[in-house]
Design a protein around this ligand. Structure first.
Ligand SMILES: Cc1cc2nc3c(=O)[nH]c(=O)nc-3n(C[C@H](O)[C@H](O)[C@H](O)COP(=O)(O)O)c2cc1C
Length: 168
């Protein structure tokens, strides 16, 4: 349980994804890192953004075996802060002094919390995570999606929440 960290991104902290993420975090007793609150610059080929909050954040992430990525689906993709975070993982593949640390992601389990306006999340959204985890040598642990067409209603997600929690 305590071996889990949640990385959260949404254009509103207390919206649909925030509410579902809060519930999961409470049940698992784990920390939520709001990526939007950190100073994370977009990927830079020249790596002139070293010194922002990304590497200290990754040092924390490396300590956990389970990494939950929480984001709403915006146009078949993730919220902007999550996209920046995922892009920046490339630093650990590009920069010689980060390569060894980057290999620490291998064997970790990645999970997804998402909300959208359908019962099933768009395939490109989930596949992007599956493919990213596979590329990084991580295992896909599963996902939970809440259909928020009428906003987030915890009662209608209860059985999915319980199934998701059983994965930990
Ligand atoms: C900019 C934007 C793009 C969206 N794109 C999609 C989409 O591609 N597929 C979908 O099912 N829902 C889409 N939605 C609906 C959101 O995924 C849904 O309302 C979600 O619960 C919002 O979570 P939030 O409160 O954390 O922002 C979109 C919403 C917004 C604001």
């Amino acid at each position: 349980m305590n071996n889990t960290i949640i990385l959260f991104a949404s254009s509103r902290r207390n919206g649909n994804t925030g509410k579902l993420t809060d519930r999961i975090a409470k049940e698992l007793g784990v920390e939520i890192v709001d990526l939007g609150k950190l100073q994370l610059s977009p990927f830079d080929y020249d790596h002139k953004n070293r010194g922002d909050d990304f590497e200290p954040l990754m040092d924390r992430v490396f300590e956990y075996n389970n990494i939950i990525f929480a984001s709403p689906i915006y146009w078949y993709s993730v919220a902007p802060a999550m996209k920046i975070f995922i892009d920046r993982i490339s630093d650990y593949l590009d920069l010689p002094d980060l390569l060894e640390k980057g290999r620490l992601l291998r064997g970790k389990k990645g999970y997804v919390i998402c909300t959208c306006i359908s019962d099933l999340p768009d395939e490109p959204f989930i596949n992007a995570f599956k493919n990213t985890f596979e590329y990084l040598g991580m295992e896909f642990g599963g996902y939970i999606n809440a259909n928020c067409i009428d906003d987030y209603k915890e009662s209608s997600c209860e059985s999915d929440i319980q199934s998701f929690l059983r994965r930990f």
